[in-house]
Design a protein around this ligand. Structure first.
Ligand code: SF4
Ligand code: SF4
Length: 433
């Protein structure tokens, strides 16, 4: 995506690669898998249409208009079109470049820009600041205000995005990053040493899930090193068009994890895993390729890691339940991992995996999309939950914090019965404390 090519009407810095755009042969195989095309039936909101828009800008036939910007931000970057495309066109990635371009051609207003810069350049790169920013939300819950707001139906009077934020917020525990031991030794026969990449959302919103991940890795025979200096993976920056900060964070994380002398770098967040695996592309032509490649070669999603190294099944106890599995876009399309999560689920005695229809269809979260495009996000989610309901499974399993939040919210809203579990929570049930 970083090949030298004419930028046309794109700004030359961080322009989508022309050669990548040209690979689109307009076959339309991607149309059936694109959630925004399914909802709008509009060519320009399809992968093929977006590739055509980018091509027109790259060839100087179209200015980078507000319509191009809007399509870039409407794209979920779910990457489903990449899986479907016979030419290997990655429209989600092309649109991510276009989001960077949008900052040049259509910068936000001064207050919006200041807020954006504060979040992307100050708050997200600072785990301590990020943790502090969650204190009001925890206080809101601790003081019983959330209970009162929901009980009295006050949230129905909140503006749409705020109401969704309030509704999606799970009960927050203290963040895991400051608490988790930096080294958890392997139990039983030692099989290796892993660096645990603890993502921001996992630490802040799902600390118990990541505690399970570290416990499972240790029980599986791996020393678990979790560095407190870890930074955000940069995924939110790529999504919002701030590639400069994403590169800065990538360099810090690469230096940090290469200094740990670990065999693997494991994450339990599909979004983080996808971003870490894309560092090579992000830093291509800028940084020491060998170093970045060495980092990339160690990165594994937790289910990929467990499937690859083999789960010690001897101590697993039965978990008698039926589950259905929602595939996070950043796992199935972003990392090509469809089999390993199922291998992990099937390794648990007593678990019956009931496949849902369209398991790899997006849940409608897609970062800020869920709050900016409330109606579309809801319709994408409804389609997903109808498929969940059809399985009549006891539990819905997934592997990404964004999906987890969105699915759990939708299930509560619809009064469905399934709890949502991360795949390591399911596996954790099979491993005695
Ligand atoms: S993006 Fe790929 S699948 Fe879609 S029209 Fe172009 S070549 Fe075909
Ligand atoms: S990344 Fe997803 S939303 Fe974007 S064009 Fe491709 S299929 Fe459509």
């Amino acid at each position: 995506m970083t090949e030298q090519s004419p930028a046309g009407n794109f700004h030359p810095e961080d322009a989508p690669g022309y050669e990548s755009i040209l690979q689109c042969m307009r076959c339309g195989f991607c149309l059936a898998v694109c959630p925004t095309y399914a909802l709008t039936n509009r060519e320009r909101s399809s992968p093929r249409g977006r590739a055509a828009l980018a091509r027109a800008v790259a060839e100087g036939k179209l200015e980078f208009t507000p319509a191009v910007r809007d399509e870039a931000f409407l794209c979920l970057d779910c990457k489903a079109c990449s899986t479907a495309c016979p030419s290997g066109v990655r429209v989600g990635t092309i649109m991510a470049f276009c989001r960077s371009q949008a900052q040049v051609f259509h910068p936000p207003s001064l207050p919006a820009g200041m807020l954006r810069d504060f979040i992307l350049k100050r708050m997200l790169p600072s785990p301590a600041l990020l943790e502090t920013s969650m204190l009001p939300a925890r206080l809101y819950q601790r003081l019983g205000l959330q209970w009162a707001v929901r009980r009295l139906g006050i949230n129905r009077f909140l503006p749409g995005a705020l109401a969704k934020m309030e509704g999606i917020l799970p009960t927050l525990a203290p963040p895991l990053r400051p608490e988790i031991p930096e080294m958890i030794p392997a139990l039983g026969k030692k099989r290796g040493r892993v660096g645990f990449f603890l993502g921001c959302a996992m630490s802040l919103v799902f600390p118990e899930v990541s505690r399970q991940t570290a416990r499972i890795l240790s029980r599986q025979g791996f020393d678990v090193v979790t560095p407190r200096e870890v930074k955000c993976c940069g995924a939110p920056h790529l999504a919002e068009g701030d590639r400069e900060t994403a590169r800065h964070l990538a360099r810090i994380n690469i230096d940090l994890f290469l200094s740990l002398d670990v065999d693997f770098i494991v994450t339990d967040c599909a979004g983080c895993g996808c971003a870490l695996k894309e560092y090579e592309e992000l830093l291509e032509g800028l940084d020491d390729h060998e170093r970045v490649g060495r980092f990339r070669a160690k990165v594994r999603d937790i289910s990929e890691f467990l499937a690859e190294t083999g789960i010690r099944t001897g101590e697993l106890r039965p978990v008698p339940m039926s589950v259905t599995y929602h595939e996070p876009c950043h796992l199935v399309h972003g990392q090509g991992l469809s089999g390993p999560p199922r291998q992990v689920i099937r390794a648990i005695p007593g678990v019956e995996l009931r496949e849902m229809k369209e398991s790899s269809w997006c849940c409608g979260m897609a970062g800020s999309f869920a709050f900016k495009e409330l109606e579309m996000s809801r319709r994408i989610l409804d389609r997903k939950l109808a498929n969940v309901r059809d399985t009549d499974a006891d539990v819905l399993v997934t592997a990404n914090p964004g999906c987890h939040l969105q699915l759990a919210w939708g299930i509560r809203e619809l009064g469905m019965r399934q709890p949502v579990l991360h795949i390591v929570e399911l596996l954790g049930k099979a491993i005695p404390q």
